[in-house]
Design a protein around this ligand. Structure first.
Ligand code: BGC
Length: 516
């Protein structure tokens, strides 16, 4: 193993406590995750509502309603147009995260959050009023742009305002609000699906205006982070802000480190050009691999398609939506476990533990589906205990994700990037996350139809790969101040050769330039 990745944290110990102000600020900022979560939860639910399918995707509805229980259940939802409805949003989010990278640097994190809410609001109105598929897709493009901006700015904002000892917990409030968004959306879908006349889906889609308004209002009252203020040349305001959020007067050591980080970031002319340098290779690798792996856990198969999947294994329409509520609830509660432990047990422990838990469940779920559905996809009558057991296994799997790759997928990237490449690297993180969310959403129904129960084995293999990756290549970042993070890579057995060689080359070059 390339050195387990346990390294000692640099000996910094900035004064400062977890103030009420920071807690409330983080709570408000984290509500930015609600828009993402609400959409994740809503899309899966509405695409399993008959009235919605009849109106916009009549061919899917017809196919689904004519499938008999003796037919191949694996293929009844296989429609690329239907999945395009779900996944178009992620393409928009991918592009908007690139623009949001520039916006977070130029206007600050807070203004970017405001735009996130605004774009999401427009998308929600268009979707709630949709008359045809084109309107649905345009609405989703707006929603996607909003999500791209929020996912770019909120995690960075949280990691920057948090005192380093509590950074894990405060940052994870973003994931908590994602899971609350999913749960609320699942509950609303369950209720709205019962509305007579079948127009409940309009309420589900239009209801997205509420989380949009929350982030708009929140962003109007939030202060900007000291790091972002310094980045934009507002030194005195940055100092005042740091004193306020740390709740102590003695912030000089941290402030000087922030200034030093900011000065060295100013020497970097183009973050996009610099990010490819050898000394940033560990960060670049993480910015790419962590979101990639997060999506390849297969979690979104359950998030988007839980009702569809539960229908496939024989639950009725309402029972499917109810089961999605149960998994949504487990997702939310398990995130709390992560919040309360991450700054004590560390990131690596949760990544590895959660990975193993998901892996075991993936094998059990595969065996269960293979046993009853086999290759033909025709299970015959399914006993109640079987369906209940399957939901229970899915819940244990979801809990595994919720205390590992879910929150850590957003926390770790946001805390390891040095200021000079932070915005660019975060937008790679968001973009990769969105591409692979798109990929999983787009090909899931096709994969289920063709790989059958093997679908879950596909994701299990990825969980093995990502767990090995964490064991070998991710150092522990618990308790390391964010502007001191470079030290962690310098002392890592594998990454040090990239970081130190390049830094030595920089020093030699600077020396030569100053003697000329
Ligand atoms: C992921 C989403 C996922 C959600 C589930 C997030 O961290 O980025 O793709 O649906 O967690 O809780």
């Amino acid at each position: 193993m390339a050195g387990g990745g346990i390294v000692t944290a640099p000996g910094k110990n900035y004064p400062g406590k977890l103030t009420f102000r920071v807690f409330i600020t983080s709570l408000v900022a984290a509500s930015g995750g609600l828009i993402f979560g609400y959409d994740l939860g809503i899309s899966g639910g509405v695409t399993s509502m008959d009235s919605f399918l009849k109106e916009f995707f009549p061919s899917v509805y017809q196919k689904e309603s004519t499938v008999k229980s003796s037919d191949d259940q694996y293929c009844k939802f296989n429609s690329q147009t239907l999945t395009l409805f779900t996944s178009s949003l992620y393409l928009a989010a991918l592009f908007s995260s690139m623009i949001a990278s520039w916006a977070t640097r130029t206007f600050g994190r807070r203004v970017t959050m405001f735009f996130a809410g605004f774009l999401f609001f427009i998308g929600a109105i268009i979707n709630g009023a949709a008359q045809n598929v084109a309107m649905l897709i345009v609405g989703r493009l707006f929603l996607g742009c909003g999500i791209g901006c929020a996912n770019q700015s909120v995690p960075i904002y949280l990691s920057e305002v948090a005192p380093y000892k509590y950074r894990g917990a405060l940052n994870m409030m973003f994931q908590l609000s994602i899971t609350i968004g999913i749960l609320v959306a699942n509950l609303l879908n369950y209720e709205f699906a019962k509305i007579e006349g079948g127009w409940g889906w309009r309420l589900s889609l239009g209801g997205a205006v509420i989380p949009a308004l929350l982030i708009i209002l929140g962003s109007l009252f939030l202060p900007d982070t000291p790091n972002s203020l310094l980045e934009r040349g507002k030194k005195e305001e940055a100092h005042r802000q740091l004193v306020k959020i740390r709740g102590v007067q003695d912030v000089d050591e941290e402030f000087n480190d922030l200034i030093a980080a900011c000065e060295s970031s100013k020497l970097v002319k183009s973050p996009w050009g610099n990010i490819w340098r050898r000394k940033y290779r560990p960060q670049l690798t993480m910015a790419f691999c962590i979101p990639l792996f997060q999506q390849l856990t297969g979690m979104n198969v359950f998030m988007f398609y839980a009702p569809v999947l539960f229908k496939t294994v024989g639950f009725g329409s309402n029972a499917s939506l109810m089961s999605a509520v149960i998994t949504g609830f487990v997702n939310c509660i398990a995130t709390l476990v992560s919040i309360t432990t991450v700054d004590k047990v560390g990131r690596r422990f949760l990544f590895i533990g959660g990975g193993l838990q998901m892996l075991i469940m993936q094998f059990i779920i595969t065996a269960g589906i293979a046993w009853k559905f086999g290759l033909s996809g025709n299970p015959g009558p399914l006993p109640k205990w079987y369906a209940g057991g399957l939901v229970a296994c899915i819940c244990v799997y979801v809990a595994g994700f919720a205390w590992s790759w879910g929150p850590l997928g957003w926390l770790v990237p946001s805390e390891i990037f040095p200021l000079e490449i932070r915005s660019a690297a975060q937008s790679i993180n968001v973009a990769v996350n969105m591409i692979f969310t798109f990929f999983v959403a787009q090909i899931f129904t096709w994969m289920l139809c063709h790989l059958k129960f093997g679908l879950f084995i596909f994701f299990a293999v990825w969980v093995i790969i990502m767990t090995a990756f964490i064991c070998m290549l991710l150092p522990e970042t618990k308790g390391v101040p964010i502007e001191e993070m470079q030290q962690v890579w310098r002392s890592h057995p594998y990454w040090k050769k990239y970081v130190c060689n390049d830094e030595t080359a920089d020093l030699t070059k600077n020396k030569k330039e100053s003697t000329v």
